[in-house]
Design a protein around this ligand. Structure first.
Ligand code: HEC
Ligand code: HEC
Length: 347
């Protein structure tokens, strides 16, 4: 357990070249008493078949804090040339995922991975496709400082907020202090915890157990998804549609991006990535850690062929026979995972 934590922490430090001050400040927040003058405590409403969202003790939610976090999430002030915000790669209309394979940061620089959806991210037990950040509060150092993303020293980000009278007022309201790194990370993380999506056709089925909501093709797709032969549900399981584990799904025979092994330095982790949630999958493509797979049909072909036989390929990936009709049915089922909120807006 301790070793794992050490690996996590080391991986995180490797991930981000953040300053000593930042390390000190983050270390401190775990031990200081929470001093937010919470004005309007906020409880995130979740669908009845979801567990309550885990909230960290040192970051209680309030309406004001969430509003401040939302403002920061959409504000390019946190990037070096004030051109990129968190929302530049996490599009509201696409369940907070990016629409291109590899996200582009400041100066159009191209990143290394595909930006995942942030919907229901409060339930993720670690962040990043390799699990390199242990909490939402710590995760956001990376995009702010990464030279291919927002490329702003996190201390400079705080100085910018200190020079902005409107942010000074907002931080005073929420934290009763001037803008600080503590408040910056807490407020964005608080906002992210409110991003809940659980109102799809599949959710209706989960809540009621009534499969008559599905048309016959979708029902066949659901059966295939759950079947012993396809085994999709073994990894994409539960209400979150991910068991939060790291697996090698056989995408490549040899991996350029080592995935989890970048952190653990263990060769048996090469090519292992966090099992992604499949919620809203019809609007979060392109797919996989590098956005290399463009369609759900191509994904099913990949699994049916049984992967590329990487040494670490998971035992559950061993190929299956599927007819064109069954493939179409599985795609239709995967499309029932899209929240009705997205079905009503023109994309
Ligand atoms: C230039 C594009 C870009 C910007 C800007 C950006 N992100 Fe991301 N985000 C990504 C990519 C790419 C990943 C996946 C990286 C990885 O897995 O290594 C990611 C991953 C994440 C994750 C982890 C999700 C998960 O399920 O593991 C969170 C949370 C997140 N971003 C929040 C933010 C926040 C908050 C900001 C603003 C401070 C932000 N992002 C800015 C591209 C971006
Ligand atoms: C052994 C565990 C495992 C099994 C079984 C499995 N998957 Fe996956 N799946 C993964 C992992 C891990 C990834 C991410 C790989 C990466 O990022 O390169 C993934 C990615 C995906 C994605 C892309 C998601 C995204 O946001 O990029 C889809 C869609 C998907 N799987 C559907 C399925 C279907 C359909 C089945 C059954 C035919 C299935 N999976 C079986 C582990 C599994």
């Amino acid at each position: 357990m301790q070793l794992l934590f050490l690996n996590e922490a080391m991986g995180f430090i490797k991930h981000v070249s953040f300053s000593i001050t930042a390390i000190l400040l983050t270390n401190c927040v775990g031990v200081v008493e929470e001093t937010d003058p919470i004005t309007s405590p906020y409880e995130v409403e979740v669908p009845s078949h979801f567990p309550p969202i885990p909230v960290s003790n040192d970051n209680p939610l309030s309406e004001e804090k969430i509003a401040l976090g939302k403002r920061l999430f959409f504000d390019p002030i946190l990037s070096l040339d004030s051109s990129v915000s968190c929302a530049s790669c996490h599009f509201t209309s696409h369940a907070f995922s990016d629409t291109i394979a590899l996200s582009r940061g400041i100066g159009d620089s191209i990143g290394d991975r595909n930006a995942p959806s942030l919907m229901n991210v409060a339930y993720a037990t670690s962040l990043f496709r390799d699990g390199g950040a242990p909490s939402l509060e710590m995760q956001l150092y990376t995009p702010i400082e990464d030279e291919k993303e927002m490329h702003l020293d996190i201390d400079q980000a705080v100085i910018r907020l200190l020079n902005n009278t409107s942010y000074v007022r907002d931080f005073q309201n929420v934290f009763d202090t001037l803008p600080t790194l503590f408040g910056l990370t807490r407020s964005i993380a608080a906002y992210e915890r409110t991003l809940i999506s659980g109102n799809s056709t599949y959710d209706h089925f989960l809540k009621t157990g009534d499969s008559s909501i599905f048309n016959p093709q979708e029902k066949l797709g659901l059966q295939l998804f759950m079947s012993d032969e396809l085994q999709c549900y073994a990894c994409h399981s539960g209400f979150y549609m991910s068991d939060n584990s790291y697996r090698n799904n056989g995408l490549y025979a040899t991996y350029d991006d080592l995935g989890r092994a970048n952190l653990s330095l263990d060769t048996s982790d090469i090519g292992k990535f966090k099992v992604p949630s499949l919620r809203n999958i019809s609007i979060t493509g392109p797919y996989m850690h590098n956005g290399s797979v463009l369609s759900l049909g191509a994904i099913i072909d990949h699994y049916a062929e049984g992967g590329k036989n990487n040494a670490n390929q998971d035992d559950l990936i061993n190929g299956f026979q599927i007819t064109e009709e069954e493939k179409e049915a599985l795609i239709q089922f995967l499309e029932t995972l899209t929240d009705s909120a997205y079905l009503s807006v023109a994309l």
